[in-house]
Design a protein around this ligand. Sequence first.
Ligand SMILES: [Zn+2]
Length: 288
Amino acid sequence: MFKLIQKTALLSLLLLPVSTNTTFASEPPANIKAILHDNTPLAPAKVFDNVYCIGTKSVVAWAIKTEKGIILIDAMWDDTDAKTIINGMKKLGLNPEEIKYIIVTHGHGDHYGGANYLRNKYNAKVVMTKVDEILMNTLNTGANSSRSPKTPVDIYVNDGDKITLGQTSVEIVETPGHTPGGISLIFPTTNDGKKEVVAMWGGTGIPQDKELQSAYKNSVTHFEKKSKDMNSTSEITAHLFLDNGYNKLDIANNRKNGESNPFIRGEEGMDIYFKELHQSIDKILNKN
Ligand SMILES: [Zn+2]
């Protein structure tokens, strides 16, 4: 019981400072307290033909390489993490000077904190919703402490917008719930030359606030529809302590050409993923 209370308190502190309770779509690991504070870098990995994952046990950023530069998704906690992203990219043979856009999924410090450093260094454009820019700039506790520098936002996005670089367009799907202005993303890639479509649910904790909970439910429905319309086959997250992510990253990093990619779920696997997302929020709503 004590452990459970500690876990809940910590989640609320780090991931959802506006609430006193947070639940994840997937069960967080028992040692989550240590993991959320764990800045141990993960081995940077090429996950799809042009999609890369760089980060720590706490949180990761994803890089999409296009003919015209790099789109970065999320920027981790702070300047130190921004340097982890830069070093990881270099190890993968990516040039961080090519970062053109930094898409920030939501206004919590573990996602925007490194953006200001990268924006200043590489003149990259920060992409976010107006609503979560306000959250970022007005909330200064929990995950939004002084550890995570606020960043100017260059491009405001709304549902249905696309961030396009070269041949790649990232679809913006507004999915309020975890935060009021959070977004999720869908984009095409290839795996060993075969087309895949990646869905990324942007905010992974269910809030305690009842209005946001009902928004969360609607957002899962909305994102599921959009994902199906776009034939999503694969799923990624910023918090790899969920969904067996460390292991998947390791497998993706060490697999040989032709071996299966654990981030690809296929049509049926995506159905199961969304079923589980629905179940996690339904469980909370049914208690209300
Ligand atoms: Zn968050």
